[in-house]
Design a protein around this ligand. Structure first.
Ligand code: GDP
Ligand code: MG
Length: 249
């Protein structure tokens, strides 16, 4: 709990057996009340390890994709009474030790969402982010900031905190089941006028922490651009975007 608000960490997992225990060991249990893992039909021992670690575990019968997995996570967190939900990849790429800092930013009531940015500060390349991913991240972020009228350091982090209110109000079922889910969710939050904060976060790249190849990265990048263009056209009243249709605030 932080200031009487229940803090839940959600771990959308896919083949995370090698990194799950290390990730969980660093989640600060003094403030985290609930840890939920949703397994997207992994081929490895993810579910068995999650059980041994005592995590509340939900398993998809069939692989639904990264976004589909998050829909399950967020829904479960709300059903189990979360006030603050921190989404963290169980691939040990981001440090779990920033969960209290992110949750604190939300309870300050200055922010409705917090992104842990690998780009704020200078650690991304030193942490092993491949140069092509870094350049793509910077180029997409530059373009998105213009299209979305925002000033974020990146839109692509897998480490994000949300208040219960945001999760209850955003129509997440409209978002993709694929990787572009994260970007669509963020665009929805911006469209609804929620306040988005950032915190700097070290990152580590090693084989088990990064499986997305160039082809899937390109598909993701095009999806991100499509989301931003749709956002701009919708906001300008030039073209109705289904994703942004009557988003409640
Ligand atoms: N549900 C689901 N998650 C996936 C799939 N492929 C990758 N992921 C997860 O998506 C997240 C981001 O992928 P990752 O390879 O770590 O990307 P990178 O760190 O940005 O290079 C990780 O937590 C993966 O476990 C998939 O097919 N389904
Ligand atoms: Mg990763």
């Amino acid at each position: 709990m932080i200031e009487n608000r229940r803090v839940t960490v959600i771990l959308p997992a896919y083949n995370a057996a090698k990194t799950l225990a290390r990730t969980c060991a660093e989640i600060p249990r003094d403030i985290v009340d609930d840890i939920i893992l949703t397994d997207d039909a992994s081929c490895d021992e993810t579910v068995a390890i999650a059980g041994a670690l005592g995590l509340h575990t939900i398993r998809h019968e069939h692989n639904r994709g990264y976004g589909g997995n998050q829909k399950t996570c967020y829904q479960a967190a709300l059903e189990r009474g979360a006030d603050i939900v921190v989404m963290l990849h169980p691939d040990y790429q981001y440090t779990p030790r920033l969960v209290p800092a992110m949750a604190s930013m939300l309870v300050s009531d200055h922010y409705d969402a917090v992104l842990a940015s690998r780009i704020l500060g200078r650690g991304a390349l030193a942490g092993g982010m491949p140069l092509y991913k870094y350049v793509a991240n910077r180029a997409l972020t530059f373009t998105q900031n213009i299209l979305m009228g925002a000033k974020l350091s990146e839109y692509h982090s897998g480490y994000r905190a949300w208040t219960r209110e945001v999760l209850e109000r955003l129509p997440l079922d409209r978002c993709s089941d694929d990787f572009v889910f994260d970007n669509q969710m963020l665009a929805l939050a911006m469209h609804a006028g929620y306040r988005i904060g950032e915190i700097s976060c070290p990152t580590k790249y090693f084989p088990e922490a990064s499986s997305i190849n160039l082809r899937r990265s390109v598909i993701y990048g095009l999806g991100v651009l499509g989301t931003s263009v749709q956002y701009r056209l919708h906001r300008a009243g030039l073209r109705h975007g289904k994703l942004f249709d009557e988003v409640p605030r």
